[in-house]
Design a protein around this ligand. Structure first.
Ligand code: ZN
Ligand code: ZN
Length: 275
């Protein structure tokens, strides 16, 4: 039976003879159902018109993105794992034969960790293609898993070190289980933060911002943004890699995040003086 993928968010659903009746991820206020209605595809159909492209950001550190753009158009990252191969950070809907062959040739996947449900996408298919690699998801977002599977490891609490120098931090915000990855060896040993949609690197590439819904422009409440700052405070990082192509801060990343938090809180607290 086919595994159907939602064309608006890229989520895969359990094998079924018929397309799903609807997509709960897209019907949630943080996403949307396209004007033309919910659409469905399969890996085979998707691969017929799309491929994954790879970009090296540092030796052994790659971003992967589907071209032409598909669904939310996020990127995923291959982060070097201390025991060899990679941790896949975030995920993509498309998993084609070239992607499997290339990643295998580079050492394979030791695990998959995903920031929040918009990027859960085809994580079960990815795990199966890479020796049942564990998929780390925060337990607070479990209700948004569209294709439950034993590969998923639901972690709890505020941090989880999944390997030496690779720490998941539950920052919350955009989703209750919203997670970022701290990579101590990133940015030539100064530390890197892979921030997904949780701290969104914005167009100036010098700051981040925070939203409950990006497409529907619902801001995040001030206490949640203060909490994100508090959860990141113990970690050092020079670089921040956001969810979308070209969105990275390569210098003084932590300063940039903390200044962005102050700017955001100022904006929300602003008066009516039209300044
Ligand atoms: Zn969807
Ligand atoms: Zn999102």
């Amino acid at each position: 039976m086919p595994v159907f993928l939602c064309t608006a968010c890229g989520s895969e659903f359990p094998p079924a003879a018929q397309t799903p009746a609807h997509c709960p991820i897209c019907e949630d206020a943080r996403q949307y159902v396209p004007a033309a209605g919910q659409g469905w595809t399969t890996q085979e159909r998707l691969a017929a018109g799309h491929a994954n492209s790879f970009r090296q950001h540092a030796p052994g550190f790659f971003a992967i993105r589907t071209v032409p753009a598909f669904a939310i158009d996020q990127r995923a990252f291959l982060v070097p794992h201390p025991e060899g191969g990679f941790l896949l950070w975030d995920c993509l809907a498309l998993l084609d034969a070239a992607t499997i062959a290339l990643i295998r040739a580079l050492g394979g996947l030791r695990g998959i960790a995903i920031s929040h449900p918009h990027y859960y996408t085809s994580c079960v298919s990815w795990s199966r293609a890479f020796d049942d690699a564990p998929v780390y998801l925060h337990a607070a977002d479990r209700e948004w898993v569209m294709r439950p599977d034993p590969c998923q490891v639901f972690w709890e609490g505020e941090t989880r070190m999944i390997a030496d120098g690779l720490t998941l931090i539950r920052a919350g915000g955009h989703f209750p289980g919203g997670t970022v990855l701290h990579w101590a060896g990133g940015a030539a040993g100064q530390g890197a933060l892979l921030s997904g949609d949780i701290a969104q690197v914005v167009a100036d590439r010098r700051s981040v911002s925070f939203m409950r819904s990006y497409p529907n422009l619902i801001p995040l409440a001030a206490p949640m943004v203060r909490r994100i700052a508090a959860r990141l405070e113990p970690f050092a990082f020079a670089a921040v890699y956001g969810a979308f192509a070209g969105r990275e801060i390569l210098d003084d990343g932590k300063g940039a995040v903390m200044r962005s938090v102050a700017r955001y809180l100022d904006a929300l607290a602003g008066d009516d003086s039209d300044r």
